[in-house]
Design a binder for this molecule. Structure first.
Ligand code: NAP
Length: 479
């Protein structure tokens, strides 16, 4: 597929036709019962698994991520689709509050109120490059929107165009086989930003789910807000995922933690939104030894090629930015690794980090920045400077003391997920998950894009006052 061929980009007319089909399907699909939606989600999971032998090699060719990782990602994607089917059957999409009338005057007396939730309508879904299955065509955004009763128009990512098309054809086949309107699932393709912009501007698009870079997300959010009728923009963006260690934990477990952390920094060539980018350490001998061990483990790592030449260029520019910043020396300098980048580790102090906003930006790839701190207050100040992150990882907050409380408080104010031990790569798909943190890691920190609560993004509450009996009998399902 030639992405520079202008015919790869859908024309405005093609995009309009795809969105029109989604709009035409919206009322029918919103009214679909739990069994219909669950059957669609399970049918998509089954189809994905049945096509594994052709899809995984295709994904590997386009992404370099390797069959082991891609098979695991396909498993996760199918699990996610089936999980949402189960949640729809359990009634999550139709959850409602039945508040019977209370006789008498206000404020205690009130009419009968039935608080239900209305699917928003067609959702524009922007696939990410770094998860060709789990955050792409049939990923979490698509699964949760379909569970909520919304048609989906996917904007495929040009980093994996063949996989995108093959997965979309499979999805369209399932929609057709189940007798649903074709517009329940649509795809638009393009390597030009104009394609995504036209999609977001379309008056029939009711919400946007975006996973990708801060720059792309901020640009598209501005487009969504500039519409005559602005729409919700659920953006999951880049993140630097600080890891904060307290002295005792490094003295006790330093070498093992260094090996684990190096594995997390280089996993998938560092191309994870949860990749640990900033390591906040006390200024003490145990931390010196830890940095030595981390540097040694990173020097031995051999990442694979990055997803696209563009991402490689961004990575090289990011580490060059560190190199050009005074007070940020290398511990492991990047070298010419040919097709693949080599890992990079730089070191700085808290004052330099806090005073240099460019150091708070994600460097997408196998690189991390160690920030040395002289006090817990300084570690808290580093978190405040970062402002928003998908995750914060705390090593050594097991004791209930003032320092633990200060760090946990700051971590909860900074991130959507706070880990007590371990590394932040790996995001479980489950009820308790929160994947989304304050700006700049997400545009809507009160929502999650991973886990069953992701469905709530696409349901808008409506209070039905003194609703007729036939509406009450629908049990929260739209008519
Ligand atoms: P990306 O380059 O921003 O691409 C995402 C989508 O946005 C693509 O469809 C892209 O289309 C479109 N896009 C980008 N800039 C645009 C603009 N100015 N106007 C209109 N459309 C635009 O991101 P990516 O390369 O796929 O993913 C890497 C980034 O995603 C990393 O920063 C990573 O941390 C983040 N990420 C976040 C999460 C999360 O859950 N928070 C998960 C995975 C990845 P074109 O390619 O056609 O321009």
């Amino acid at each position: 597929m030639n992405l520079t061929d202008p015919t790869f980009d859908n024309s405005p007319e093609q995009i309009d036709a795809t969105v029109a089909a989604a709009a035409a399907a919206a009322d029918t699909y919103a009214a679909a019962d739990a069994a219909t939606r669950a059957a669609l989600l399970r049918g998509l999971a089954d189809a994905l698994e049945a096509a594994r032998d052709s899809l995984v090699p295709l994904a590997d060719r386009e992404s370099h991520l390797g069959p082991a990782r891609l098979n695991g990602e396909l498993d996760r994607t199918a699990f996610q689709l089936r999980g949402f089917a189960t949640r729809v059957e359990a009634g999550d999409a139709f959850a409602h509050v039945d508040d019977p009338a209370v006789a008498g005057g206000p404020p205690a007396g009130h009419p009968a109120l039935l608080r239900v939730r209305q699917p928003l309508g067609p959702v524009a879904m922007f696939a990410a490059s770094n998860f060709p299955f789990a955050f792409s065509v049939l990923g979490g955004d698509t699964a949760s929107a379909l569970a909520a009763g919304c048609p989906v128009v996917v904007k495929g990512h040009p980093a994996h165009p063949e996989l995108t098309r093959a997965t979309a054809e499979l999805a369209a086949g399932v929609v057709k086989a189940q007798g649903l309107p074709a517009g329940v699932f649509g795809l638009v393709e393009g390597a030009a930003v104009a394609v995504g912009v036209h999609l977001v501007q379309h008056p029939a698009i009711a919400a946007v789910a975006f996973t990708g870079s801060f720059r792309g997300g901020a640009a598209l959010q501005a487009v969504a807000n500039a519409r005559p009728r602005p729409i919700p923009f659920f953006g999951e963006l880049g993140s630097i995922n600080p890891v904060i260690a307290r002295p005792a934990v490094l003295a006790a477990q330093g070498p093992a933690l260094a090996t684990t952390l190096a594995g997390s920094i280089t996993l998938g060539c560092g191309q994870f939104c949860t990749s640990p980018g900033v390591i906040v350490l006390p200024d003490d001998p145990a931390s010196d030894s830890f940095v030595d061990a981390l540097a040694a483990a990173l020097s031995d790592a051999r990442p694979h090629a990055m997803l696209t030449p563009g991402m490689r260029a961004n990575f090289d520019a990011g580490v060059a930015g560190w190199a050009a910043t005074p007070g940020v020396p290398w511990r492991v300098a990047p070298t010419d690794g040919g097709d693949a980048p080599t890992p990079a580790l730089a070191v700085t102090d808290a004052a330099t980090f806090i005073a240099t906003p460019a150091l708070h930006d994600e460097v997408f790839g196998p690189a991390a920045l160690v920030v040395r701190t002289t006090s817990v207050d300084e570690a808290v100040a580093v978190l405040r400077a970062i402002g928003g992150s998908l995750t914060v990882t705390l090593w050594g907050a097991e004791t209930d003391d003032a320092a633990s409380r200060a760090l946990v408080r700051a971590a909860m104010q900074t991130a959507g997920r706070v880990l007590f031990g371990g590394v932040p790569t790996g995001v479980a798909v489950t009820a308790g998950q929160q994947h989304g943190g304050p700006w700049p890691s997400s545009t809507r920190a009160e929502t999650t894009s991973v886990g069953w609560a992701a469905m709530d993004r696409f349901l808008r509450p409506v209070a039905l006052q003194d609703a007729p009996a036939w509406l009450q009998r629908l049990g929260g399902r739209p008519c």
